[in-house]
Write a protein of this length. Structure first.
Length: 149
């Protein structure tokens, strides 16, 4: 390897310095830079053994960053895209569903702040929340103005 090239481990550490990455994400991002078969797996195994790659930290990081703005469905989609353990993803999403109405209400309040005046406005507000990944029942409660949870 030439001195002007960054090693796979160095590239992985650069990525991990920015934010938490799952092993699957690192494999996907670094595959093009692998020069010898198995080199990437060895580098990631070493980083995993040293604790630089931690799936639980990735899960907690995504939930912490995204849950305040997105519904459980979108958070679940992001977690699955990162290649995390399906049971851990299901547990995290189940915990998010308990607070979905409150989170949806806060997102709606920041964007709109007032109840819809007509059906067109109601549809616009509902589509906005739906695109953010909130469930239909939560959206109905928030846009319909129902304060009972």
């Amino acid at each position: 390897m030439a001195f002007d090239q960054i090693s796979l481990k160095g590239r992985a550490l650069r990525l991990l310095a920015g934010r938490e990455h799952s092993r699957a994400e690192l494999e996907r991002k670094l595959k093009a830079h692998e020069t010898a078969p198995g080199e990437l797996a060895r580098a990631l195994d070493e980083l995993d053994a040293k604790g630089f790659i931690n799936e639980q930290r990735v899960l907690e990081s995504v939930v912490h960053r995204r849950a305040s703005r997105l519904g459980a469905a979108r958070v679940k989609q992001e977690l699955q895209a990162k290649g995390l353990d399906p049971t851990a993803v299901a547990e995290a999403v189940a915990a998010l569903r308990g607070t979905e109405v409150e989170r949806a209400r806060e997102v709606w309040r920041k964007k709109f702040g007032s109840p819809p005046v007509d059906a067109a406005e109601r549809g616009k507000q509902m589509r906005f929340l739906l695109a953010r990944g909130f469930g239909a029942e939560s959206i109905r409660r928030v846009v319909g103005g129902s304060e009972d949870d």
